[in-house]
Design a protein around this ligand. Sequence first.
Ligand SMILES: Nc1nc2c(ncn2[C@@H]2O[C@H](COP(=O)(O)OP(=O)(O)OP(=O)(O)O)[C@@H](O)[C@H]2O)c(=O)[nH]1
Ligand SMILES: [Mg+2]
Length: 245
Amino acid sequence: MTLVCTVLPTYNERDNIAALIEGVLTNAVTPHMVLVVDDNSPDGTADVVRTVANRYNTPNVQRVALYVRTGQKGLTSAIQCGIDFALESFGADIVTWMDCDLSMPPADVARLVRTIVEEGADVAVGSRWVEGGDDVAHGVMARTLSYVINRCAVALLGDQVHDYTSGFIAARAKVLRALRLRGDYGEYCIDLLARAARSGFTLVEVSYTCVPRNAGESKTGVNLWDYLVKGRKYVATIWRLRKGN
Ligand SMILES: Nc1nc2c(ncn2[C@@H]2O[C@H](COP(=O)(O)OP(=O)(O)OP(=O)(O)O)[C@@H](O)[C@H]2O)c(=O)[nH]1
Ligand SMILES: [Mg+2]
């Protein structure tokens, strides 16, 4: 049977993580576990995960795993750390990952998994920018910036994906053995999807609606300056990939 591992990178997601784990596991369509990679959040996220793990895990089956990093911080490295554990320690056939603020509906993880298992995709990409998808989480400024950056990415890198900055991904183990994540924050996603397409893997988009963060604070920031700093990195990544690097 196909084992799916959902990697959940957390920093201060105490009030979101229990519902997220439950939402993912309740909707699972195949053997499914979650691995939370927490960067020693001061709000006690790890304690919440331990409590949830006690409910789900049995002596024979681990469905909720937790890895607390103390010496390292950052979204991309946390996801890569989770991918490495999922492949090497748990033997996952498919790894998925997502934000942990409940902006990506946990029930939609099963739709990504089905796209791989039933449709034969190598990578399933949760997409806001295809028919049926939307972003109702962000204001006009952030949405417009995201849309424009993604249109640039489509024009310069190809239209196999329309939401290069998705961050809501499921991928077969073979893809993640071939390609490691590069970058600090959201730009890793542009980089991974462009290289996956270039490497001949099949990418299929699954529409989803990004909804507002449930609780806690955004780590990205909310003002124009924060968005421009993020946008500059995304554009630089698109340009580097366009030049073939
Ligand atoms: N492990 C870990 N997770 C992180 C770190 N920074 C952010 N995250 C997680 O990355 C995910 C995305 O963070 P958000 O704060 O929602 O930021 P965002 O989605 O880019 O921005 P918004 O659009 O404002 O929600 C969440 O699950 C965070 O907890 C980090 O340094 N380490
Ligand atoms: Mg978010």
